[in-house]
Design a protein around this ligand. Sequence first.
Ligand code: SUG
Length: 446
Amino acid sequence: MNSYEVNFDGLIGPTHNYGGLSHGNVASKSNALKISYPKQAALQGLEKMQFIRSLGLPQGVLLPHQRPHLPTLRALGFAGSDKKIIQQASNSAPELLASCYSASCMWTANAATVSPSADSADGKVHFTAANLSSMFHRSIEHQGTAQLLRRIFADSSVFEHHDALPSGSHFGDEGAANHNRFAMNYGERGVQLFVFGRYAFRENKHVAAKFPSRQTYEASLAISRLHQLPSDSVVFAQQNPKIIDAGAFHNDVVSVANLNTFFMHEEAFVDKTRMQAELQEKFGDEELHFIEVPTDQVSLDAAVKSYLFNSQLIKRPNQDGLVLILPEESRENEHVFAYLESLKSLGTPIKDVRFVDVRQSMQNGGGPACLRLRVALTQSELDAVNSDFLLTDELFSTLSAWVERHYRDEVSPEDLADPALAEESFSALDELTQIFKLGAFYEFQK
Ligand code: SUG
């Protein structure tokens, strides 16, 4: 049976702004409080989705969450009308207002961890929404994510959904950004690699000193249990703390995999040799290709700034080799570009490189790979997906026109205090639920 990798990209929401909310994310901090361009951001995201489709892959869409999330402000003690809540929060807790306004659910690599049916003991595709408990503005995403995933992947005979892990620092989980899967085909049994930053219940020999390690070993282990993955097809590996302190707050900032190819920075892991040996042993007779980028060609700093590894590694149907889809910023970095030029002649499975412009997202630390959640599906599973969420030319045009109609060109930090921005966002989302035939989906509609 045919099998596919379907990328579900986050449609960038109307309140996209630079809140400086993510400690340890260099781009988020360095662009804090700059003017954002939400219309441009959303159109860049849509263009990327359409580009991936043009390469022959099915492409899915995940919707923005309700932002500003006023129920969170109410839960934190702000009261009165929507307008009053926004004004009070703006005066006394602008960081909370910005958190509730963040369009961060666009980075759907953090929406959930997904295990394909071929790997799970019950033969179902498993989803666990990520609790994102390390960053407050992201910790309020998982309920919306879980609800949306249940609507898109609704057939319970095929799809199994798990709520986010218990919140709190012990089970910090950042979803697919710290998870890779290797297989010869999307529909065949594979090996899953869970990458974590620290142990929560035992002493850490290696731990980041400057920035938070968002993913714990215990969270990754719990997900492998929930997804019914046999221990002979999972590998756990610790991310190098040095690289977290250099600004790689998720593993997808320093590595990306697809099928039997693993493209990574040579310093990405604590014990690379053990990890590679275990992956190969569990993978079996077929060869895994490890493409390591040496520090003397691409420094950690260049890797983090250019987002070389936050690229989408994709397999075009009926074509040999893999294509690496990189952010424009990788082309602009002299050392990274020189490496990419040399990569073409290294004889690796990566045969082509392409660049996409997702600069608005990049300025908050979100590259092409952050913007997508990969779901490996067989043909019959793909047939069971709610097809309203699969991009077509028509849906692309409808969504582009919707963005043009509803989004502001610019949003400055002061604009978050303007209740009109909230109203505009809700009216855009209200129309979106009609486009996707969702009914009253958002809290403000109920
Ligand atoms: O969690 N940035 C996101 C970027 C997520 C990138 N995702 C992956 N690597 N998969 C984060 O740090 C910044 C929001 C702000 O500052 O306004 C932010 O949340």
